[in-house]
Write a protein that binds this ligand. Structure first.
Ligand code: ADP
Ligand code: TRP
Length: 321
């Protein structure tokens, strides 16, 4: 089973990225042939400073390895080190109906956020389809916001197979975990860089982490009154980091009343700090050993490229080249 996922190097990853994409990917590396990459071609739609792009790629590679991506188990590379995906993108573009892309909400969302409406941004889902299809991927772990892109990928694969021959391209399945489909941000909306409501995996200091958590929006229930744990973002976030017993204890304390939200925020702060502590340590080591990090990506690119070339040979020959 080939498992594949990608993530854009668009700044420091937050806990939405972690639970939506990174943590499930890391868990799945135990269960199949895992292929993970840093989507730097995709980031050209929004990152226009070459040094920022380079720094973000390196930073994300370090973060992903620190969180537990194991290069002995998973192939890990930078998208642009396998330029064959751009060739497949063109070929797939020619079987992709305009209407399919026009229906994509992410294009409209990104324009609404102020990203300039380029052809690259519009064609973004075709490049994503190529990323997936060029590796004969079976399973793609992603957050819920990527669901439509997976549907587009499946449509494109089916269109290609209808035109050129059944089973030429493997039609992939998304894997979206219900509990972490959408991690809430500080204001309760989806956690996202573009909403400015994120908690980064590796906040610079404990003080900054604590300060952010204290900003989580809560209602005005008085300290002594019972509080509703149902639908509380604080409890929802706590569930991601705490044991079942600790979650139950927090829920019971909510219902009993007698504690203010600040008390629960402190508990959440401690849970997040402790959860990421070993990864933070590993991150500090990796930051000092960038040769190792670059070596992992180079080795990964070699393996990925060999696999991509096989599929490209099949595709080129199928279309008449
Ligand atoms: P952002 O919205 O911060 O720009 P991206 O769109 O770059 O994040 O998302 C990268 C990956 O992380 C995707 O797989 C996406 O589904 C996942 N992801 C991002 N935000 C969340 C969230 N709040 N909850 C769950 N998964 C998320
Ligand atoms: N579009 C994805 C995101 O914004 C990143 C991505 C690019 C991706 N190519 C992919 C995810 C292929 C899964 C598979 O997060």
């Amino acid at each position: 089973m080939r498992i594949l996922s990608g993530i854009q190097p668009s700044g420091r990853p937050h806990i939405g990225n972690y639970f939506g994409m990174m943590e499930p990917s890391i868990r799945l590396q135990e269960e199949g042939d895992a292929f993970y990459f840093i989507a730097d071609y995709h980031s050209l739609t929004s990152t226009h400073d070459p040094q920022v792009l380079r720094d973000n790629v390196r930073g994300l590679a370090i973060d992903f390895l620190a969180c537990g991506l194991d290069p002995e188990k998973a192939t890990f590379w930078t998208q642009s080190a396998v330029p064959e995906v751009t060739e497949l993108t063109w070929i797939l573009s020619c079987v992709t109906p305009m209407g399919l892309l026009e229906r994509c909400v992410s294009y409209k969302d990104k324009i609404a956020q102020g990203i300039s409406p380029s052809h690259g941004l519009f064609a973004y889902p075709v490049l994503q389809a190529a990323d997936i299809l060029i590796f004969d991927s079976n399973v793609v772990p992603i957050g819920k916001d990527q669901k439509q892109h997976l549907e587009v990928t499946r449509d494109i694969a089916n269109k290609f197979n209808d035109r050129y021959g059944a089973d030429l391209l493997v039609v992939p399945e998304p894997q979206i975990r219900e509990q972490t489909a959408t991690v809430p941000g500080l204001d309760g909306q989806k956690m996202s860089k573009s909403y400015g409501n994120t908690i980064d995996i590796f906040e610079e200091t404990e003080k900054k982490l604590r300060k952010k958590i204290m900003k989580i929006v809560t209602d005005t229930t008085a300290v002594e009154d019972p509080k509703n744990p149902e639908g509380s973002y604080l409890v929802d976030l706590y569930k991601l980091f705490a044991s079942e017993d600790d979650v139950r204890a927090m829920e019971e304390s909510f219902c009993a009343g007698g504690e203010g939200y600040g008390h629960y925020k402190q508990q959440l702060f401690e849970a997040i700090r402790d959860y990421y502590a070993p990864m933070r340590e590993r991150r500090e080591e990796l930051e000092k050993d960038t040769d190792y990090v670059d070596g992992v990506l180079e080795e990964g690119a070699k393996r990925a490229r060999a696999q991509a070339r096989e599929v490209m040979d099949r595709v080129r020959s199928a279309v008449g080249m």
